[in-house]
Design a protein around this ligand. Structure first.
Ligand code: GLP
Length: 241
């Protein structure tokens, strides 16, 4: 793992944004995986701002998000589809056809998982995954205990995670939530992974994921085995390394 430490949050956001832009410049037809959440909002905003002032080619790039919530309307502001669309795809004029996402409602999620994987593979496979990390080391919605050979699946909601999502998205209590996520095996097949974390609250889990044993108890620890993984942190998230 290559570890990069930004001196503060602002520098982190800018460095993270440039990881995405550089990938698009180096390979205009790149397939790029994103993550939603607090970590990536500024990153998406900065990419959008740079595009507004200095447009770069985006018509061939393919975007997907590592995970998606199920059983809430796709148009709902808390769906990953809606977040990535409004935070990035619309601002960069990325054609709808180049935004690869599973649906949020389906009669057959097993089939949707297969189709999501196939769509990424048909596009050439993921070149870059900007990957967030949860407080317990989860990546995507692969919670502790998920086997490292897991492929795309609908993960049961961890109660703390569900509370976080409900708080952040105001999802109606009547919707039962699930999380469709690329599996750990799929994530590991990405050509380049940038694990991103900022803030003191991520320092302990970053220490475990980067320096601790490789264990399914800390899903992100598997990234130690990836041949091309950068861990991009701000000074706070790196403070226990
Ligand atoms: C959720 C998402 C992940 C994200 C993680 C970190 O679990 N499913 O994709 O990376 O949260 O979120 P945050 O950046 O808000 O800490």
């Amino acid at each position: 793992m290559k570890i990069t430490i930004a001196k503060n949050e602002k520098e982190f956001d800018q460095m993270a944004a440039w990881r995405i832009i550089t990938q698009m410049l180096v390979k205009p037809e790149a397939v790029i995986g994103l993550s939603t959440g607090q970590t990536t909002m500024n990153m998406h905003r900065i990419v959008s701002e740079i595009y507004q002032t200095n447009p770069f080619p985006t018509s061939l790039v393919k975007i997907f998000n590592v995970d998606e919530l199920t059983n809430l309307p796709r148009t709902y502001s808390g769906s990953c589809y809606a977040m990535i669309k409004s935070q990035l795809c619309d601002n960069l004029n990325i054609p709808e056809d180049n935004f690869i996402m599973p649906p949020t409602f389906s009669e057959d999620f097993e089939q949707e998982c297969k189709e999501f994987e196939t769509a990424i593979a048909m596009a050439g496979g993921a070149d870059l995954q900007m990957l967030g990390i949860g407080w317990n080391g989860h990546i995507g919605i692969n919670q502790p205990g998920t086997p490292f050979d897991s492929t795309t699946w609908v993960s049961p909601m961890d109660p703390i995670f569900e509370a976080k999502v409900r708080k952040e998205t105001n999802v109606d209590e009547n919707y039962s939530l699930g999380g469709l996520t690329l599996g750990i095996k799929n994530i590991m097949h990405t050509r380049k992974i940038v694990l991103i974390a900022k803030g003191k609250h991520k320092a302990e889990i970053i220490k475990k994921a980067v320096l601790g044993p490789i264990t399914t108890d800390i899903p992100a620890s598997v990234l130690q085995l990836h041949p091309n993984c950068e861990v991009l942190l701000d000074a706070d998230a790196a403070s226990m390394l």
